[in-house]
Structure formats: C-alpha cells, structure tokens
Design a protein around this ligand. Structure first.
Ligand code: NAD
Length: 445
C-alpha cells in the first residue's frame, strides 16, 4: 500500500518569525557573550558536519568543485568564525573616553557595544553559503537575533541551509525564511533593527526604500565593474595567471572578480597570449571537462552572457553549451568602451581588454565611471600604485592580486557609491551589527 509522503510543516509566515525572534531578544537571551560564542561554535559544527551536504548543494546549483566549495565558502566561513571567537572579548571591551575638566575628576566616560536587536540578512546566489553565514557570524557575535534569507536562485543550497541551520542554532533567536520576491517583500514590510543585503543595486534600492519606512539602517553589499590595470613592463605571465584565477573562479560569478582589463596598446598583444596560456594551464584545452571549472547559475544569465560575446575579438574561449550552462573562460580583445560588454557588470567568464595610453588615462577611465567594489593594479612602480591609491575611489584596492583582500579578516569588506555602503568581516562586523553607546558616569556622592 502506498502511504502519502509526510507533509512538511507549512513555512512560518515572515511576520510571525520576526515577532517570535523579537520576543526572544527582549528576554535578553542573546546578550551574554557565552550565548554568542556558543552559537558560533554550533555554526562551526554545522560547517564541519554539514560540509559534504553543503558542497553537494553547491555542485548542484553552480557546478562548484568540492575543493572550491570548501576554499571559498565553507572553510572561509570557518576561518571567519575562528577569527571572531579568538578576538571577540577584546572587540567588545568598552573603550574609555577622556572626560572634560568641567565634569570633575570623578566622572568617567566610555563607549560600549550594544546589540541592535533583530536583524535581517539577505543573501545572493553566487556564494550562497558564505554570503549568508559570514554576515550571520557578525550578527550573532554582536548579540542579535537573526532572520536569514538565502537566495532562491541557488535552490539546493537554500534548502540545505534551511534544513541544517535549525538543527544547530538557537531556533528562538535564528529563523530561516526561504523564498523569492514575494517572501522577501513580506519580510521587508517588517521592522528590523538592521538589514544586511548582498546583491544587485536595483534590489538594493528596494531594500533601502523599505528600510526607510522604519528608519532601519542598512548595509548594502553590491557589485559593479571592478577594473584591473596592467602597466607596461610587468611580468605578464605572473599577471595573467593571477587575473585568470581571480576572473574565472566560480565561472566569473564573483562580485570582486576583475571585470575588465585596461592596458596600453604595446602591452595588449603580449597580455592576450599570456592570458590564453594561463587559461589552458589552469583548465586544460577543454575547460568543459575540467572539474575545477564551474557553470552559469541559470539559462537567463547564460543568454545574457552569450549576448556579450560579440563585443570584441575572441582570444580564447567564446564557446558554450546552453543546456549544460557551460560558458568557456573567454578573453575578448579590441573592445570598445562603448561595446555592450562594457556597459554593465559582466558577472560571468568574459574578460574584455580595453586599451588606454597608460596610467593617466586608466585613472581617468576609472573615475569617469561608478565607484567599483574593487580595483586591481598590476605594476612594479610604487609611484603608479600611489597614484591609483590617492586618485581613485573603490570599495577595496588590490595591488598585484585580485580577490585576496577579502580573505584578510581584519580588513573591512564593502563598497562605496554604487558598489554599496557599510562593511563587514572580523571586527568590522561588530561595528556594523552593534550600536556604540555613549555612557557617562558621575558619582552622586
Ligand atoms: P539574487 O538574485 O540572488 O538576489 C539577492 C537577494 O535579493 C535574493 O535573496 C533575492 O531573493 C532578493 N531579491 C531579489 N529580487 C528582489 C525584490 N524585488 N525584492 C526583494 N528582494 C529581492 O542575486 P543578484 O542580485 O543577482 O546577485 C548578483 C549581484 O550581487 C551582483 O551585482 C554582484 O556583484 C553582487 N554581489 C555583491 C557582493 C558583495 O559582497 N558586495 C557579493 C556577491 C554578489
């Protein structure tokens, strides 16, 4: 006899989840440092014990290899937890402030970090584990209750996180709400004490508008076109190897991936050859067969990317298979700044090369456009490095190595202008998810 499958319980309506977490927060349960570190240890256990499940989900959603899933998502988050556990007491220590004379010698003043309350974390699909859990590390370490909203565009990972998280974390203080636009819209109607959103600028504006209704502060981790400048006279094999590793990781679907390359006409030809060699060295002659190379998240993004392949002369790649969501690592040369590929963030495995006369023009090129999330400079000249540092504005600046700045836990990670506002990682997450309360104490006696 066939038994009907047991029905899974209906998902908790967003409003109920928020009210429930607020009730918990008001009891003070999330404040003690012991509760916070306990939650971080449980989250660490989830990543260790649930690692294989998460890696399998990441493979299903994005074709990520297990090695890449661990390096860029699972182990990355474990490191963030360990870094926080080691230093949290120090970060939370109240900071004394000098007291002016008119208040008397017996007055004391300090700042202390208060939790904010109930915070919402909305994650995108491209690093769906890291970008949900790393902000949660900071939110929990700062003593908040958390509503976590994974991306519906990475459905296997969303389901795995929704299944695993309640088994490890305090479910009275942490809720997972799965879903897409309707569910997120319902969540955004609620009052939160902070909203941490990672994704594109269009939705970033929707989030900020909804937050304004409740005067809720927001962190917006957005994207944009992150340029790379390659100076003449650099070792192009080293530069190409690093550019290729940074660009084609996760099939180019990385918010801080080098979006395009600026170089002078005398260097462009040699760089093209070096990039083609670097692609082959990393992924072989047929990247489709390389277990290290990922897939495009869905057909819609595949079609968008395929439409950009005509924006220049194909140096390497330029081919794909829609049914497999495979798009080869592609380098395009002779790209006009007015070409379609240069109009929006590429967010896929296409690397255009645009020529400029030299560093002067490159600085101007960057400054004429939206402030990027990251800017990469490859040069042996300290003077050129200083010029970019002093004369351009970007969320982060990487000299000689793309992506890696975000693995330095003591550096704030975030954008500026169109690439976002606010930052996190390490103690910067405590700054984001806490209120710095000013306290003055004057004895009555
Ligand atoms: P996405 O489509 O998964 O959207 C992100 C989140 O927004 C999801 O949880 C989704 O449910 C929600 N959402 C979508 N439409 C919504 C709506 N109308 N109202 C409310 N919520 C909505 O991801 P995406 O935006 O395609 O992500 C890619 C972008 O994110 C790129 O621009 C990339 O550069 C950027 N990004 C930035 C960072 C960073 O750390 N700064 C990291 C990763 C990605």
């Amino acid at each position: 006899m066939n038994h009907p499958a047991p029905e899974s319980p209906a998902p908790e309506p967003p409003a109920d989840a928020v009210a429930r977490l607020r009730g918990t927060y008001r009891t003070g349960r999330t404040r003690p440092v012991g509760w916070r570190t306990g939650q971080l240890r449980r989250l660490r256990a989830l990543l260790t014990e649930g690692g294989p499940d998460l890696a399998a989900a990441l493979r299903a959603d994005l074709g990520k290899s297990s090695a890449e899933a661990h390096r860029t998502e699972i182990d990355f988050t474990v490191r963030e937890i360990d870094h926080t556990l080691e230093r949290l007491d120090g970060w939370l220590r109240p900071e004394p402030a000098p007291v002016p004379e008119h208040l008397g010698a017996d007055a004391r003043a300090w700042t202390q970090y208060d939790p904010l309350g109930v915070v919402l974390v909305i994650a995108p699909w491209n690093y769906p584990v890291q970008l949900l859990l790393a902000p949660m590390v900071g939110a929990l370490a700062a003593g908040n209750a958390v509503v976590a909203k994974p991306s519906e565009l990475a459905p296997a990972t969303s389901a795995a996180l929704a299944r695993l998280l309640p088994g490890y974390l305090d479910t009275d203080a942490v809720a997972v709400v799965e879903g897409g636009v309707p569910e997120t819209t319902a969540l955004l109607a609620e009052r939160f004490d902070h909203i941490f959103y990672t994704g594109n600028g269009t939705v970033g504006r929707i989030v900020m508008r909804a937050a304004a209704e409740h005067l809720t502060p927001v962190t917006l981790e957005l994207g944009g076109k992150s340029p790379a400048f390659v100076d003449r006279g650099t070792d192009l094999d080293v530069v190409a190897d690093r550019l290729v590793r940074g660009k084609f990781l996760n099939a180019g679907q990385t918010c801080v991936a080098p979006d395009y390359v600026l170089t002078d006409p005398g260097t462009a030809g040699a760089l093209e050859g070096a990039l083609a060699r670097a692609v082959e060295a990393l992924y072989g002659t047929d990247p489709a067969a390389s277990p290290a190379y990922g897939r495009i998240v869905n057909e819609r993004h595949y079609d968008r990317l395929a439409g950009l392949l005509g924006s220049g002369r194909v140096v390497v790649g330029g081919v794909g298979d829609r049914s497999a969501k495979y798009l080869a690592p592609t380098v395009l040369a002779d790209v006009d700044p007015a070409a379609p590929v240069m109009q929006e963030e590429i967010f896929g495995p296409i690397l255009p090369i645009v020529t400029v006369a030299g560093p002067d023009e490159a600085v101007g090129f960057v400054n004429e456009r939206d402030k990027p999330l990251a800017l990469y400079v490859f040069t042996d000249s300290a003077e050129v490095r200083e010029r970019f540092a002093a004369e351009t504005s970007s969320g982060g600046l990487g000299h000689g190595l793309p992506l890696a700045h975000l693995t330095v836990s003591d550096l704030p990670f975030g954008g500026v202008g169109e690439s976002g506002m606010g930052s996190y990682h390490g103690r910067w997450s405590i700054e984001t998810f806490s209120h710095r309360k000013a306290v003055l104490e004057k004895p009555l006696g």
